[in-house]
Design a protein around this ligand. Structure first.
Ligand SMILES: C[S@@+](CC[C@H](N)C(=O)[O-])C[C@H]1O[C@@H](n2cnc3c(N)ncnc32)[C@H](O)[C@@H]1O
Length: 272
């Protein structure tokens, strides 16, 4: 399914690695000023008996957050292209007693669900990997019932900008075009599309600061980022970037006590 020869898929397609996703999620959990789930659940009110579809569910972070709000009649389905992540999500859902099921599915492809099957569709940090945003937005609309709602989260163009500049400085390279385009895709592509095809689009921005207490923690985050991955395909070169980053961050931490990355995330809530 993901071995498409389509050039556009190669550019946008992304099957997450479970260790890397875990590493980034953990950094946010341990060193962020604010909890993103609190922000998300403040915007998306789950009634309890809803049928929810989570696109690009990864290892189940939002399956757990939304799932905990469901009552007996409610159900959540997580979909992802990574079987490995779906298995982890399934384990977590079982541990948390959540009525969830999981689907190995590429969201670039239409679903076999009937029209208006869901009350709520979510996609956090995932939808900007799709190759044809219009097709995906229209498929989401088809799957939502008349009062159905959509919630999407992803980076604003300002997300982690200082860190990107530091990366540029130490690598002596421009930010890769694909990273730039992905980082602005919610702003440039998804918001206009959602405004066009949905009603009552509400946009919120979640501002957070991640305080890295040591260069080791920052390097875990950096080495699990797509920014590093897309900046070089060469292992040795990546190692040089990591060493340089370590030195820069150590200098900074010595002077300031911690190294901060400013995160900015859009939350878009829209109704069919
Ligand atoms: C950054 S992770 C986010 C996971 C989760 N929503 C979270 O916030 O922790 C992006 C997820 O989207 C999935 N993904 C990327 N392209 C996809 C596609 N075409 N169809 C389904 N899932 C996809 C990846 O495998 C990965 O699990």
């Amino acid at each position: 399914m993901i071995k498409s020869k389509n050039k556009n898929f190669k550019k946008w397609g992304y099957k997450e690695n479970s260790k890397k996703l875990y590493s980034r999620t953990n950094v946010h959990k341990n060193f962020s000023e604010k909890d993103i789930d609190v922000w998300m659940l403040g915007i998306v009110k789950i009634k309890g008996d809803e049928r929810i579809l989570d696109l690009g569910c990864g290892d189940g972070k939002q399956i757990i957050a939304f799932g905990k709000k469901l009552t007996k009649g409610g159900k959540i389905i997580g979909c992802d292209i990574s079987n490995e992540l779906l298995k982890k999500a399934e384990e977590k859902a079982k541990e948390n007693n959540i009525n969830a099921s999981f689907l190995l599915h590429d969201i670039n492809q239409p679903f076999s669900f009937k029209d208006e099957e869901f009350d709520f569709i979510s996609s956090l940090f995932s939808i900007y990997y799709v190759k044809n945003p219009l097709k995906v937005i229209l498929e989401i609309k088809r799957l939502l019932n008349k009062k159905g709602k959509l919630f999407i989260a992803g980076p604003t163009p300002n997300n982690a900008r200082d860190f990107w500049e530091l990366h540029s400085k130490i690598t002596n390279k421009k930010i890769p075009q694909v990273s730039l385009e992905r980082g602005t895709r919610i702003h440039n592509t998804f918001i206009p599309l959602i405004r066009k095809y949905f009603r009552n689009t509400e946009i919120d921005i979640f501002k957070n600061i991640v305080h890295f207490p040591s260069s080791e923690e920052l390097l875990k985050y950096y080495s699990s980022s797509l920014l590093l991955e897309e900046s070089s395909k060469n292992r040795e070169e990546k190692k040089i970037f990591l060493d340089k980053m370590k030195r820069e961050v150590e200098k900074f931490i010595e002077r300031n006590g911690a190294f901060d990355i400013k995160k900015e995330v859009y939350g878009i809530l829209a109704y069919k």
